[in-house]
Design a binder for this molecule. Sequence first.
Ligand SMILES: [Zn+2]
Length: 187
Amino acid sequence: MEIGKENKFVEFLKKYGIYVVVGVVVFAVALTFTLLAALNGSVRTGGGTLDFTLPMNNATVVKDYSDTALQENSTLNQWEAHLAVDLTSEDSDVFAVYDGTVASVGYDYLSGYTITISHSDGFLSIYSSLAEEVEVEEGDKVVAGEKIGSASESAEGELDMGAHLHFTLMLNDDYVDPNDYLSLQLK
Ligand SMILES: [Zn+2]
């Protein structure tokens, strides 16, 4: 009985051992890449990998992203989706999250002073509710971590929030949750 069982096992290994080995190797490689990506805080996007940095020092999330659940906007007294993350920090400095080109610097009543930076791979990062004195102008090249402005109360649409950065991330013209690309909650 024992010998019979052993022979069956050996036969199984001879027949299918290669598939077991290939399976284990594929799993190990996939796991390694997943762990490396998680450690770097980087994200694979199409052909490339972007390593975003955080837009503020030791940022606190004061209002999170939500595309389905409505959140109360006490300034405008309405419930709305919030397709951005609102952040504050002690020094209020705002930094570019990745290398790119300043696509626009503008102002509108609800969003306040806003800088939009165009990155590779279809990403746009948008920094709203900034103080009027910004550090860049349209067409400027910026690098990850470069200071571009300061958080303020310039967004009339979110005045109740006090001085903060309203940070928006877009990928191929769609709003995406910045939490999927930056570890905002950890800082
Ligand atoms: Zn906001």
